[in-house]
Write a protein that binds this ligand. Structure first.
Ligand code: HEC
Length: 165
């Protein structure tokens, strides 16, 4: 049953790719044959966003979502759940005394994130400590950003991710 679903999905994807290729080829042949001055067709949009500071690959074929992440994002997940979850809660969803980072990290830029992590600040909700003197955190800002941005972008659902090989 599981396998059948997967095979079905795969063959659909395969079909889609073949169709796309054929359509592309036909368009190209047509353009070449009729209009010599026509400009080449625009390059296809990239399938993945290469600017995202994380790689997340989720597999839903078993009926349960299992997500795999790159090493940096994985270390971010680990560091977050060793240090930050105490206040911001598991999966960064927030608590009664620290905000949801799923929401906050989507609203601030990376520069602000780095500054807040290093120096902390005091706001309306409470005090966010600075971490620049904590060796478990101060070398992991990029990793934390990758993990939290993946959560904020909705790319990574709650739960423990696996590490991509
Ligand atoms: C002792 C509790 C505590 C811990 C531990 C903690 N935070 Fe916070 N953090 C807060 C509070 C409280 C705020 C909200 C301050 C405010 O706006 O009033 C906050 C805010 C933030 C913000 C929002 C910044 C903004 O400009 O909106 C980010 C990002 C953040 N924390 C990241 C982290 C990360 C990453 C860690 C782990 C390294 C961490 N925090 C650990 C309490 C904590």
């Amino acid at each position: 049953m599981k396998l059948a679903g997967l095979t079905n999905n795969l063959s659909k994807t395969g079909l889609l790719i073949i169709t796309t290729l054929l359509t592309g080829a036909a368009t190209l042949a047509f353009a070449n044959g009729t209009e010599t001055t026509s400009s080449p067709p625009p390059a296809p949009a990239p399938a993945t966003d290469n600017t995202a500071p994380y790689t997340v690959v989720c597999d839903k074929s078993s009926g349960q979502t299992v997500c795999n992440v790159d090493k940096q994002t994985y270390i971010g997940w680990r560091t977050y759940h060793a240090v930050c979850h105490v206040c911001h809660a598991q999966d960064a969803v927030g608590s009664s005394f620290a905000p949801s980072l799923v929401e906050r990290v989507g609203a601030i830029d990376k520069e602000r994130f780095m500054d807040v992590l290093a120096n902390g600040y005091s706001g309306q909700i409470g005090v966010m400590p600075g971490w620049k003197d904590n060796p478990n955190v101060n070398k992991k800002y990029d990793e934390l950003y990758g993990y939290l941005k993946a959560r904020a972008d909705g790319a990574l659902p709650p739960g423990r991710p696996k590490r991509l090989p």
